[in-house]
Design a protein. Structure first.
Ligand code: KG4
Ligand code: ZN
Length: 345
């Protein structure tokens, strides 16, 4: 297939359905978001205290056509005007991914457009390009989502070197489990964040786990267990737990580890630019902690607006643009890959 010249505008219709948000966006040249439509299933899954995969797939299939239609309408563009169709093909829930992948294939085939498969995590990293036109690789990126916690050097667009990862729970998962334990429910991260604003971050000193592997690896299961133990002991002694203090203390421990590992990596690898990505990147304490640390070390910090931190299709359109101009094309046999690894090149 002939590549368009880079001077020509590239319009991407992007689709994201890897978890519990059905999303579509129109993105021009990787950085200009013309529309970003998200149909959230949060209210539905709240009833069950977490994402129920089969319900997620069923909701995606119900919503996906309207979401795409709305994305094109809001952008004031037609499908015919798109250069390519992009879709998240992994990692994520298999049934949820399949809805987006099948939809994207059908649309691209019918409209005779090239198809681009996007790695969900590459999408999260690329969310930083949307509002920071000056940001270009290389930079250091801390990726903190519900399923992933990675510290990577973004060497080029779509090219990563993983230097640290979680050995157990992802940061978002730890937030969600602690929220459930203290009765805040789903989705946990934003609720802990909100409760923590009224609490004392030094009320309880939770352990900052050290792990054996790389100096930049993470472990959150110890911290989560410490919170559960604290709750059990309080219950046994008949003491009431001050939820905001507990949330603030837990959050402080998580943020402390995320910031200190990121700063150590920035120092060791000589990075002058640091970005954060993923749902947990919208956490107010993490943003403030990173800001203070980066200012103290004279580093530039980048983070997306909250709407681009949690799952959305604009970030998929941003990542797809760089894949597209580098010649990446998916075949009609594109499949969902639920455990897709972050490619290292
Ligand atoms: O990136 P994301 O939307 O989905 C995945 O790819 O996993 O991340 C969702 C995760 C959830 O665990 C959610 O609790 C967490 O991000 N999260 C937060 C906040 N907002 C979302 N965690 C802490 N503070 C927040 N404000
Ligand atoms: Zn995500």
């Amino acid at each position: 297939m002939k590549l368009r010249s880079i001077e020509e505008d590239v319009w991407i219709l992007a689709i994201e359905s890897s978890c519990d948000e059905t999303a579509a966006a129109v993105v021009k040249n990787g950085r200009e978001v013309l529309s970003n439509v998200i149909s959230s299933q949060i209210a539905l899954h709240t009833l069950y205290g977490g994402v129920v995969p089969e319900i997620a797939s069923r909701k995606h299939i119900e919503k996906i056509n309207q979401v795409i239609e709305a994305a094109l309408y809001e952008a004031g563009r037609t499908l015919e005007e798109m250069t390519a169709v992009a879709v998240t093909y992994g990692p994520g829930l298999v049934g949820a991914l399949l809805v987006g992948v099948a939809e994207a294939k059908a649309i691209a085939y019918a409209a005779k457009k090239p198809l681009v498969g996007v790695h969900h995590i590459e999408g999260h990293v690329s969310a930083n390009f949307i509002e920071h036109p000056e940001l270009e690789p290389p930079f250091l990126c801390l990726i903190v989502s519900g399923g992933h916690t990675h510290l990577v050097i973004v060497k080029d667009y779509g090219v990563f070197t993983i230097i640290g990862r979680t050995m157990d729970d992802a940061a978002g998962e730890a937030f969600d489990k602690v929220a459930r334990a203290v009765g805040l429910g789903y989705p946990g991260g934003p609720k802990v964040d909100k409760a923590a604003r009224e609490g004392n971050p030094h009320a309880v000193e939770f352990p900052r786990a050290k792990v054996g592997g790389s100096a930049y690896d993470f472990s959150f299961s110890g911290m989560k267990s410490a919170v559960l133990n604290y709750l059990n002991q309080a219950q046994m002694k008949g003491e009431t737990v001050h939820v905001p203090d507990l949330c603030a203390s837990f959050q402080n421990a998580v943020v402390d580890v995320l910031v200190s590992h990121t700063m150590a990596a920035a120092r060791d690898y000589g990075c002058t630019r640091v970005a954060i990505a993923g749902g947990v990147a919208s956490n107010t304490a993490l943003r403030a902690g990173m800001q203070a640390a980066c200012e103290a070390e004279g580093l530039a910090l980048y983070y997306p607006s909250p709407v681009f931190c949690t799952d959305n299709a604009a970030m998929i359109g941003a990542a797809a643009y760089y894949e597209y101009i580098n010649g990446a094309r998916a075949g009609w046999d594109l499949n969902a890959v639920p455990n897709l690894k972050l490619g290292e090149r």
